[in-house]
Design a protein around this ligand. Structure first.
Ligand code: SF4
Ligand code: MSK
Length: 650
């Protein structure tokens, strides 16, 4: 029986009214949701939270307690927490990178003429990527180039004698540091396998050595697997450009056939976006009494089709069950990652058909249609027909679509930002660098990651973003964080500008960018790495990523993928504030390494801070420290002094 009585009485489950509204509907309908199950898990296991539970071998499981400070094999809290953390990094890296591999396979099929209706939508991005990786382009057909690029990307997965070639995307000084530290990955799959080996019972026991191994694997995620996923998505589906759309449960249409795409992979959803405009299908929908076909998304599949097609977003991670509870969803199409197994149970209470589409990700009691690149468009049309056929089964008396929906602008790839900043004649980051150097923009923070029932959902994303733009910090966003801020209106340039500090507002208005930039899905955190690299390359802000007045934050994270992302940001020299700790607090040594000493090793470090206002203070203090080190704060003071001196002289 669902309860959804919060641990803190009177505390709402979310700062988003549509979510709060739908949770009440769930309670009335006696349908359990993530919020109820969270309460039922209390108290959560302290050994798990502290990372000191080990079940890596069958002498255990072992737990570190004041009485038993070693596991049966002799592993202490440092070894156990570090090993557990590494397995999370390996899983996060595997998830992002396997997503990337699927896209590379699609690119190869397209190049071979076996890609069905998929095509190369952005040949310029293809050529730029090919040239960067020294693949001949001159006088060659796009398909030949695409085939070579796909083959090249495929080599990045296996082990090689050399570090991964995509690491060359990073600044040279950073690459040299990774080499010196011995953490340059030499293959995505081998990096994941290496971590699984090192954390196997009786292998790597030194927590410092383990953590450095974790950083190596995380780099295989951010600078290799995720970078490949973003690049190939742009080549196949188009590099995002600014696009207006709407977000929140209110985008579901009372009079249309609603189809939700959910998960992470953009391939089938791309075809659903295209097929939803098929006149024959629209006519079929009308013949069944529907006013049209509405394809909308949840989580990062949503972000992918938003960025490239402007399709609306129904919600973020914690809203997936609530979407079905509106009673207005004919079909929910799921692929991989962040799909709750509970969806089948919720769908059973309504007419919604849950369709699982990935070869590797099945949901018990969902219908299984395994996605096939060659038949992508046909499969998309079949899914839409299935939804249209199901429209008549909608029980109008049980339909409850919240009114809330908000306008948003998304689609900020690096390529777009370059063009917007540079105007018609020259693509450049210069105006952004100048604004940072002269202090009108204090710095940049990437706010990313999930929503989590441990906190009031969305609230920390929104508060942190508001605090930072108010203090003239430009915010870059991806994933469910971007969706949270979009729901609160922060992705409309008008609303965000009204909340931005005066000098940030002035710069944004002058160059035509909003103060909060939605850069895409979780794998598109690679775009944030590239934005930082572009800032550095433009000049005047130091020599390495760790010199930049730039930081990262994940206020409500929950996924192992977020653990990998946090580590590749730290390995890239960035300060990262997490809203709640990693599962390492059972080891003072591991905590101190990650949150302190790491700054002397990579230039980056973690910090945990649940209060978004204090997190903003800490992020800003970091930014100002970096500005001081770059002497860009001092330069401004000196300039003012010079003017004063001149006046005095006159
Ligand atoms: Fe226990 Fe060691 Fe086995 Fe872990 S590896 S379960 S600490 S005996
Ligand atoms: S979808 S990983 S809940 S951001 Fe990328 Fe959202 Fe986190 Fe999944």
């Amino acid at each position: 029986m669902p309860t959804t009585s919060r641990k803190t009485p009177g505390q709402p489950v979310s700062s988003d009214p549509a979510t709060v509204d739908m949770v009440q509907i769930a309670i009335a309908a006696e349908v359990g949701t993530v919020f109820d199950r969270y309460e039922l898990q209390h108290p959560q296991c302290k050994f798990g939270t502290d990372g000191v539970c080990c079940r890596l071998c069958h002498m255990g499981p072992c737990r570190i307690t004041p009485r038993a400070q070693l596991g049966i094999c002799g592993a202490n809290a440092d070894t156990i927490t570090a090993r557990n953390l590494l397995r999370e990094i390996a899983a996060g890296t595997a998830a992002h990178s396997d997503h990337g591999r699927m896209l590379v396979r699609t690119l190869k099929l397209v190049a071979q003429g076996k890609g069905g209706d998929y095509q190369i939508k952005d040949p310029q991005r293809l050529h730029v990527a090919a040239r960067f990786f020294e693949i001949a382009t001159e006088g060659r057909d796009d398909m030949a180039i695409a085939g070579d690029l796909a083959d090249f990307f495929m080599t990045q997965f296996a082990w090689s004698e050399e570090p991964n070639a995509t690491l060359n995307l990073a600044p040279e000084k950073r690459q040299a540091l990774w080499k010196k530290l011995g953490i340059s990955p030499d293959g995505i799959d081998s990096a994941v396998v290496e971590l699984m080996h090192r954390t196997n019972m009786g292998v790597d026991h030194d927590y410092r050595h383990l953590i450095m191994g974790g950083l190596k694997c995380s780099l295989a995620d951010g600078w290799v697997g995720s970078a490949i996923a973003t690049t190939v998505s742009d080549i196949l589906f188009g590099t995002p450009k600014p696009v207006r759309s709407r977000v929140n449960l209110g985008v579901l249409a009372g009079d249309k056939v609603n189809i939700i795409v959910h998960g992470h992979e953009p391939t089938l959803s791309e075809m659903l976006a295209v097929a939803s405009g098929n006149e024959e299908l629209l006519e079929y929908a009308r013949s069944k009494g529907a006013a049209g076909i509405n394809v909308a998304g949840i989580c990062c599949t949503a972000n992918e089709v938003l960025m490239r097609h402007g399709l609306p977003i129904v919600g973020n991670f914690l809203q997936q069950e609530l979407a079905i509870l509106t009673g207005a969803v004919e079909v929910m199409v799921v692929d991989v990652q962040c799909v709750m197994p509970s969806l089948a149970q919720v769908a059973k209470c309504f007419h919604t058909k849950l369709v699982s589409t990935s070869e590797i990700a099945h949901t018990a009691e969902a219908e299984q249609i395994t996605f096939n690149v060659r038949k992508g468009y046909e499969q998309a049309c079949d899914l839409i027909r299935k939804a249209i056929d199901n429209f008549g089964n909608r029980d109008k008396d049980r339909v409850h679509i919240p009114n809330e929906s908000m306008e948003l602008v998304a689609g900020f790839s690096n390529e777009t930002i370059f063009q917007m900043l540079g105007g018609t004649f020259r693509s450049t980051f210069r105006p952004l660098n100048d604004a940072i150097i002269d202090g009108r923009i204090r710095g940049i923070v990437g706010i990313v990651g999930c929503s989590n029932p441990k906190v009031v959902a969305d609230q920390s994303h929104v508060k942190l973003t508001e605090e930072l733009i108010k203090r003239n910090v430009l915010v870059l966003q991806t994933g469910c964080s971007a969706i949270a801020c979009a729901k609160a209106g922060l992705l409309t340039p008008e609303a965000a500008l009204a909340k931005a500090g005066a000098s940030l507002r002035e710069v944004c208005e002058a160059v035509g960018i909003p103060p909060v930039l939605h850069m895409g899905s979780c794998v598109d955190n690679s775009r944030i790495l590239m934005a930082a690299t572009n800032l550095l390359a433009e000049g005047g802000l130091g020599e390495d990523l760790s010199d930049l007045p730039v930081a990262g934050a994940a206020p409500e994270w929950m996924s192992e993928k977020a653990v990998a992302i946090g580590h590749y940001f730290v390995a890239s020299g960035m300060y990262v504030v997490l809203g709640h700790p990693l599962y390492v607090e059972g080891s003072r040594n591991v905590h101190d390494l990650l949150c302190g000493e790491m700054e002397n090793i990579t230039g980056g470090r973690f910090e945990w801070e649940p209060d978004p206002a204090i997190a903003a203070d800490k992020l800003l203090a970091h930014i100002e420290r970096k500005r001081d080190a770059l002497h860009i704060n001092a330069q401004k003071e000196r300039k003012l002094y010079d003017m004063k001196s001149r006046r005095e002289l006159q």
